[in-house]
Design a protein around this ligand. Structure first.
Ligand SMILES: CC/C=C\C/C=C\CCC/C=C/CC(=O)SCCNC(=O)CCNC(=O)[C@H](O)C(C)(C)COP(=O)(O)OP(=O)(O)OC[C@H]1O[C@@H](n2cnc3c(N)ncnc32)[C@H](O)[C@@H]1OP(=O)(O)O
Length: 241
């Protein structure tokens, strides 16, 4: 991912990601992809706050549809998808990694990962929650979501948000080793098993997709939510000054 400075998942970047995924899926010489970051120290800052702040309802609806599409397409991809997480990964950045089949995280205490939406005064939608529950179990997910926990590497490994923590200079090579192991499995059997595991979760969003967009638009348009997102963005900007 190369969307400096923080790989935020803007509408444009999400569209590029989806086009890239589609191209790779349509090229039958590809069997797997490794998602990693070109921004030093940052895997992805998550959803782009500027797409959710100070825009009109039509824009929010278009943006949310693209976020849903990213989740659905990566979560259900027939390719083996591995996240080589070489930086901090809050909220939507964590969600993107949770769509992958395997997560390797660099062992740097700054590289926290988690669904921290509540800390921003926003609520992780049910399909964010379902993805986390499927990964770490109900009790750990409930605690992590309510408290908006961002896990440092050792904790992330302990709770199961990531599958492996390795020295920073070994993230890419480890992801490639893991990829080789996954590609050794007969493709059709692995793909069908992935579908079996993930389709019920994806189907829930597919059947409630429009209602989920309407919920998002209603929620994000609230004055109180706009105010807190705006204040949060300002705080990020002032950090430098
Ligand atoms: C009932 C409910 C129904 C429906 C619910 C509906 C919806 C709610 C759910 C919405 C879900 C949202 C999920 C999300 O992903 S929200 C985004 C969460 N992300 C964060 O909190 C991360 C914020 N960023 C950071 O903490 C730091 O930037 C970071 C640690 C990533 C990097 O720090 P660093 O010091 O290296 O850089 P900064 O100086 O902070 O940032 C550089 C510039 O980038 C801008 N920035 C940062 N993050 C974002 C972002 N997520 N979106 C847009 N822009 C971002 C930052 O402002 C700086 O900008 P400039 O000052 O250079 O202009």
């Amino acid at each position: 991912m190369r969307n400096p400075p923080v790989n935020s998942l803007s509408l444009e970047f999400l569209t590029e990601l989806l086009i890239s995924l589609e191209k790779l899926e349509n090229d039958k010489t590809f069997h797997g992809i490794i998602i990693t970051s070109d921004c030093p120290g940052i895997f992805s800052a998550g959803l782009d706050l500027t797409e959710m702040c100070g825009r009109d309802p039509e824009h929010y609806a278009e943006y949310w549809k693209a976020v849903q599409e990213m989740w659905l397409r990566f979560y259900l991809s027939n390719l083996v998808v591995i996240a080589a997480i070489n930086g901090v990964s809050p909220a939507g950045g964590c969600l993107l990694s949770l769509t992958c089949d395997y997560r390797v995280l660099a062992n740097n205490p700054k590289y926290a990962i988690g669904l921290n939406e509540t800390l921003l005064g926003i609520v992780a939608p049910f399909w964010f929650k379902d993805t986390l529950v499927n990964t770490i179990g109900h009790r750990s997910a409930e605690r992590a979501l309510q408290l908006g926990l961002l896990f440092p590497p050792a904790e992330a490994l302990r709770v199961g948000v990531v599958d492996q923590v390795v020295p920073e200079d070994q993230v890419q090579s480890t992801a490639r080793l893991v990829m080789a192991q996954w590609l050794d499995i007969p493709d059709h059997a692995r793909q069908l098993t992935k579908t079996l595991m993930r389709k019920p979760t994806a189907d829930r969003l597919l059947t409630e997709r429009d209602a989920d967009i309407q919920n998002f638009v209603r929620f994000i348009c609230k004055d109180s939510i706009q105010k807190s997102l705006h204040a949060y963005l300002e705080k990020l900007k002032q950090k430098k000054g």
